[in-house]
Write a protein that binds this ligand. Sequence first.
Ligand code: G6P
Length: 368
Amino acid sequence: AQVELDGYPHFMLKEIFEQPETVRNAMRGRLDHDQATAVFGGLNLNAQQLRAVDRMVLTACGTSWHAGLVGEYMLEAFARVPVEVEYASELRYRNPPLSSNTLLFAITQSGETIDTLAAMREVKRKGHPVLSICNVVGSTIARESDGGIYLHAGPEIGVASTKAFTSQCVVFALLALYFGRLRHLSYEAGLRVIDELQALPELVEEALTTNGQVRKIAAKYSGCDNFLYLGRQYNFPAALEGALKLKEISYIHAEGYPAAEMKHGPIALVDENTPSVFIVPRGGVYEKVLANMEEIKARGGPVIAIVNSGDNEAAEIADDVIHVPAVADFAQPIITAVPLQLLAYHIAVLRGCDVDKPRNLAKSVTVE
Ligand code: G6P
């Protein structure tokens, strides 16, 4: 069936606004309150095999790779299992030593990205179980993996991935909960994660109310040709993804960096025409990121800050603020993704770019 715009000017905006629903769909039927864990219908590995996993490799391209980075942080925090995230295009030609209990996850919206497929085949050939996290049902990667988890996000038409990213993050939270509960995570901690996950659709809805504010900020900065995106911990991959969105659809040069690491290079780029987008919700490293923000201000760089509602401290330092609801650290990338997607979208529209079909890019890259 033809996918309609439903009154939205672009598929990208429509897909951004679908996220309360797609986030809900990613966890539908997968939360088990009695056992304080997650359940999956299609992993096709038994509990003994899953408990034996001593290392995970996550492989993907583009936005899916960023979701993998978020997943790495979640899996390490909840399940204490060593995780590596590899670009599929690199993994496929390397010969990484993999222990016999290494589990591979291929992360892909389309299920057709050639490098991800090739990396998966290579690891599978060596006898390791491979699972996929995929949106398109029946796609090549979904079929060739031993088992997997579908996003159930519905068709994503905009070339720049939006709703698939937040769904992938939700699936990783579920996986982290599941593997955590097989190992070290207590019943209470598991229940807490479930509560935090269930609150997300409404909080994503709330994050969407920043749209008007974000559009104004976009208008103020749409003439800039360089942007920095900075965040720490869970918000470092969020920064990478924010920068990628801007690059993809507005053709503006944007770099995502761990907020403190910017002292080792990117800070040299800071001037009055180079805005820094700080992703700085309250949490473990909040004060540290504020200090990083001060450093940018001291060098004359404009600061746009994504902060929690009611946060005046960050607002005092930043030139412009976007307020999003507070959530547990692990869920922050799911909430902060929303204004980051909107910021890229509005800047691209203001610059007259074709947001749904940016130049030189393809929805799924099926050539090497
Ligand atoms: C292309 C798309 C991106 C996407 C990437 C990986 O570059 O433009 O939006 O993130 O491929 O695609 P996949 O379908 O494997 O997630």
